[in-house]
Design a binder for this molecule. Structure first.
Ligand code: M6R
Length: 608
């Protein structure tokens, strides 16, 4: 999705903005641009395609100025051309605007402005903002933006500069994140901490219907109704090196390899082994209600949804709570009727997914209590939920979610043990699960140590165009997640199925041309999975089995085997997921795909 980075300070703006844009690349984009102001002069450059295209245009240009706004665009209204790239400007080229989100009443506004003689140069909804702000300008840029906020409907995170207001950048937010960065060399604004973390880790979150004016020395915030806002800066724990490749060819591979650490981080300071109970400080504000809860609904999208699907089985195993899992994008269309004291848990890496945000807002309207499992501290979902648990996994840059998925699963286990221990889970059982969790990080390391073997399997199969992933119970969601991983980064068509459903349809697809990845650890589903694998084999379908270390029986049936260490059955998904991630990664690598930025995808999906 679109990204914003802005700077006003004492240093040259161009390198800061270009570096910031590169840090935003992972969000997904198809054009980029910036505008740099020097006194009453503004220089604007834009290009379709990658940031490298923008850099080509700048070759040899000496762009002076220590303030500017920059943008990566992910096309919604109009094709990804230079004309549609941001910044957009008014007809007199005074006002330059970058914008994330969608202006829903742009068509009516555009028609009205055209009647008044305004000439539009792009197909974007954003351009109306530039014209409106220019028309509303009466000496104060922030007042012009405030008035414009009252005229537009929809969502925006925007940043504006004006030839007639040198030295200031005005930013405004409704539904699309914006963060202010505070440093000794000036002030930053960005849609994402990653764009400025190399310069500062002191941030202030702008909230919906607020605007801010940034200057080199200071910043001030107010509401759309002109009420001053005071909010102190927070320190973010992300470090600049977290956003670097550190020798890995891709962020996805780096993040796969970070999992022994991110799994530990999800548990760090949270385990009371002897008591068999985790401590989760973030949920204490709602603990009295939560411990009585008997119905939960998990809402999420994509990979986070699959984490929720595993979570349902885990809660059913360890607690007395009934759990529903809903795709956030469909949740609002349901007739919601919550039992008293229902908790809705939103799971989201970014904390900004528009569908998940909309789902929790609807749940709140209908009286549910809200919890979040979120990686990005201070993100919209973390603020709009009453309580929750952070992943503390550092930035995830690769578009394909990997380390956050296993971190989400770890946190779901912690939450289930905590609630279970206040219900029917015994001390012995609690201690047993915690011991198994403590062993997980090393066990993930064991799966990672088979990377060469998994790469060799990928080399054998990457040219197959259709794949099937099968699993049962805890590993059924891993089959879906494995298929999602493969399709999103390699563009190979893959289906994830509960193995029991195969005979109800997908079995028609089985042939020597279609590999099946069977997730078949030694658990209570093992024998049934073996029968499903036999069904595939009798139709001459190649089988890659992910199974428990030392399982010789499966080696006689499957064509290829990836072994995972033995653990409790509901922790197998974490180990199996890592094997699936490596398999997808290597297939995509053999196919020379753009692994960290797969086509059409965005890291943070902030439109519905
Ligand atoms: O930031 P979120 O966890 O809310 O994102 C949800 C999905 O958009 C995300 O998991 C997506 O499916 C990834 N591309 C999966 O790899």
């Amino acid at each position: 999705m679109c990204g914003i980075v802005c700077y006003v300070g004492s240093k040259p703006a161009k390198p800061i903005l270009l570096k910031g844009l590169k840090q935003l690349e992972y969000r997904g984009y198809d054009s980029s641009g910036f505008a740099i102001q020097n006194g009453d002069q503004i220089e604007c450059h834009r290009a379709a395609g990658k940031i490298a295209e923008l850099e080509k245009k700048l070759n040899g240009l000496d762009i002076k100025g220590s303030m500017g706004i920059a943008h990566t665009r992910w096309a919604t209204h109009g094709e990804p051309t230079e004309e549609n790239a941001h910044p957009h400007r008014d007809n007199d080229e005074n006002v330059f605007v970058i914008h994330n989100g969608i202006i829903e009443n742009f068509y009516a506004l555009k028609k009205r402005l055209e009647k008044d003689g305004v000439v539009f140069r792009s197909e974007t909804d954003t351009e109306v903002l530039a014209h409106l702000i220019s028309l509303n300008f009466d000496g104060s840029l922030s007042e012009a933006v405030r008035k414009t906020m009252s005229q537009v409907e929809g969502t925006f995170g925007m940043a504006v500069i004006n030839r007639r207001s040198p030295g200031e950048i005005v930013i405004a937010r409704r539904g699309s994140p914006l963060i202010i960065g505070v440093s000794e060399d000036g002030h930053f604004a960005a849609s994402d901490v990653a764009a400025m973390v190399r310069y500062t880790n002191k941030v202030v979150h702008l909230q919906d219907n607020e605007l801010a004016t940034l200057t080199r020395e200071d910043f001030s915030m107010s509401t759309a109704q002109a009420k001053p806002v005071e909010r102190s800066a927070e320190t973010v724990e992300w470090r600049a090196e977290d956003t670097e490749l550190n020798g890995f060819p891709h962020y996805m591979l780096k993040e796969i390899y970070e999992q022994p650490e991110t799994i530990k981080n999800a548990m760090r300071g949270r385990l009371e082994t002897g008591e068999g109970v985790p401590k989760l400080g973030g949920i204490m504000p709602v603990w009295d209600r939560l411990k009585e809860c008997r119905h939960m609904v998990i809402v999420a999208c994509g990979t986070s949804y699959y984490a929720g699907c595993v979570g349902r089985y885990i809660f059913e195993k360890l607690t007395e709570i009934d759990v529903d899992v809903e795709l956030a994008s469909e949740f609002r269309y349901r007739k919601l009727n919550f039992a008293p004291n229902t908790f809705v848990i939103a799971i989201s890496q970014s904390g900004e997914t528009a569908d998940t945000l909309a789902a929790i807002r609807e749940a709140k309207r209908k009286g549910a209590s809200l919890l979040g499992i979120v990686n990005v501290v201070g993100s919209s979902i973390s603020r709009e939920t009453e309580a929750g648990v952070y992943n503390h996994a550092g930035p995830e840059i690769g578009v394909a979610s990997t380390k956050i998925f296993t971190s989400q699963l770890t946190i779901l286990v912690l939450l289930a043990i905590l609630l279970g221990r206040h219900q029917n889970l015994s001390l012995t059982e609690g201690v047993e699960v915690i011991h198994a969790l403590e062993a997980l990080s090393d066990q993930v390391g064991t799966v990672l140590s088979q990377a060469n073997h998994i790469e060799a399997i990928a080399e054998k199969y990457f040219n197959y165009n259709n794949w099937l992933f099968l699993g049962r119970k805890y590993n059924y969601p891993i089959a879906m997640e494995g298929a999602l991983k493969l399709k999103e980064i390699s563009y190979i068509h893959a289906e994830g199925y509960p193995a029991g459903e195969m005979k109800h349809g997908p079995i028609a697809l089985i042939s020597p041309e279609m590999p099946t990845v069977a997730i078949v650890p030694r658990d209570e589903m093992y024998e049934k999975m073996i029968s499903n694998i036999q069904e595939v084999k009798s139709r001459r379908g190649p089988v890659i089995a992910i199974t428990t270390l030392g399982d010789d029986r499966i080696k006689e049936i499957a064509d290829d085997v990836i072994e995972i260490p033995p653990t409790l059955s509901f922790l197998n998904p974490i180990l199996a997921a890592v094997a699936c991630q490596l398999l997808s990664y290597y297939c995509a690598n053999f196919l020379n795909r753009d692994i960290d930025m797969p086509r059409n995808l965005a890291k943070s999906v902030t439109v519905e």
